[in-house]
Design a protein around this ligand. Structure first.
Ligand SMILES: O=P(O)(O)OC[C@H]1O[C@H](OP(=O)(O)OP(=O)(O)O)[C@H](O)[C@@H]1O
Ligand SMILES: O=c1cc[nH]c(=O)[nH]1
Ligand SMILES: [Mg+2]
Length: 222
């Protein structure tokens, strides 16, 4: 895990060869939907494991069959809410919850409109009560303009004040991170990698394409 010096509380995993290898498969245009979804699940699992290193732990007394000793309990792992941003976060959440298995889950839909306005349509919001001890993890593989996550954070913060707000994603563009940190300075961001820029259509470069379409196939408009 590597802190990015351009912002406070922004981390990438560019120093992790294993996470980079999974990302390489996701970027590769030859990777089909089955392997793409599997890659997102794997990334979710390993990123959640890395995230536990930033969580509060406590020592607990336990008894082995032979004697008393101290054990470790990750306190914060018991108080996690994972917000899944439809569609592309579904496999990422599946991986995250393998490690963060006590989590409560919120589901929100967000669909980004066409350039240049990129208006976000949010039709479905189901979020549990947020309590002061909670770590709210917002899972969305792609942070492009940042508009989706700003809107999701605006909404989720109505459900109570959390101990931490954490975005877990796969790729981010620098402009998206800057916009999110401006709107929500308290948010921490963990992504596999931070890419170069956005193109005029709002796609991350070099990126991996449209994460939702690659995982689930392109939808048609009726
Ligand atoms: O940072 P932004 O510019 O807002 O873009 C990022 C959003 O775009 C993608 O979702 P999309 O709207 O394509 O929906 P989908 O997951 O259903 O494909 C992605 O999963 C993010 O939610
Ligand atoms: O590059 C991008 C940008 C937004 N959403 C995606 O799925 N990919
Ligand atoms: Mg999409």
């Amino acid at each position: 895990m590597k802190r990015d010096e351009r912002w406070e509380g922004v981390y990438s995993f560019e120093d992790s060869p294993f996470i980079m290898e999974i990302l390489t498969e996701l970027r590769d245009e030859r990777t089909g939907p089955i392997a793409f979804r599997k890659g997102l699940v794997k990334l979710g699992r390993y990123m959640a494991y890395e995230l536990t290193k930033t969580m509060e732990v406590e020592k607990v007394p336990i008894k082995t069959p032979l004697e008393e000793t101290d054990g470790t309990l990750i306190k914060d792992r018991r108080n996690v809410i994972i917000i899944t941003v439809l569609r592309a976060a579904i496999p990422l959440m599946e991986g995250l919850i393998k490690v963060l298995d006590h989590s409560r889950v919120g589901i929100v839909s967000a669909s980004r409109g066409k350039a240049p306005k990129f208006e976000i349509e949010m039709k479905y919001v189901k979020v549990p009560q947020v309590k002061p001890d909670d770590t709210v993890i917002i899972a969305d593989p792609m942070i492009a303009t940042g508009s989706t996550l700003i809107k999701v954070l605006d909404e989720v913060k109505k459900y109570g004040d959390a101990k931490r707000y954490v975005i877990v994603g796969v790729l981010a563009a620098p402009e998206g991170i800057s916009r999110i940190k401006e709107a929500h300075p308290d948010v921490e961001i963990f992504v596999a990698a931070i890419d170069r820029e956005l193109n005029e259509m709002g796609y991350i470069l070099p990126g991996l394409g449209d994460a939702g379409d690659r995982a689930f196939g392109a939808p048609i408009k009726l």
